[in-house]
Design a protein around this ligand. Structure first.
Ligand code: ZN
Length: 134
């Protein structure tokens, strides 16, 4: 799942909170949406495992200054400082943040599994349902 999609989903699931990598922050919401449990809040590697492009450096999308940030830091900064608070008098909405992510994130890699999934191989085999033990 793309980060922008995960974030759009996560914002519905969770109440936004301005703390990096808690279950309510922008990236935390995205991780929760794809089923990653945040065990170490503020563990900056977690989102980059899912979306390696976050490690790349970028210019800040806002007009706070010309410092170079990684995408992880830029997203956390915009969320904490512009979406959740009115710092720098520059208010962003969650939609603007997601739109920005959409404009910078790479296209999702094509699923390679499809290639081996030849229709003629589809002999009566069905996926076994694994019973959930509750
Ligand atoms: Zn800013």
């Amino acid at each position: 799942m793309k980060l922008s999609e995960a974030m759009a989903l996560g914002r519905v699931l969770l109440k936004p909170k301005a703390m990096f990598l808690t279950d309510g922050c922008a990236l935390g919401m995205a991780l929760t949406a794809i089923g990653v449990k945040i065990e170490k809040p503020c563990f900056i590697e977690e989102p980059t495992i899912q979306w390696p492009w976050l490690k790349k450096f970028c210019n800040r999308p806002c007009s706070c200054g010309g410092l170079y940030f990684s995408y992880t830091q830029a997203i956390a900064h915009v969320f904490d400082c512009h979406v959740m608070s009115k710092m720098w008098n520059q208010q962003w909405t969650m939609d603007q943040l997601i739109d920005w992510i959409k404009s910078v994130e790479p296209a999702e890699e094509p699923k390679r599994r499809k290639k081996n999934d030849h229709p003629s191989n589809a002999s009566g085999r069905t996926t076994k349902a694994i019973p959930l033990q509750i």
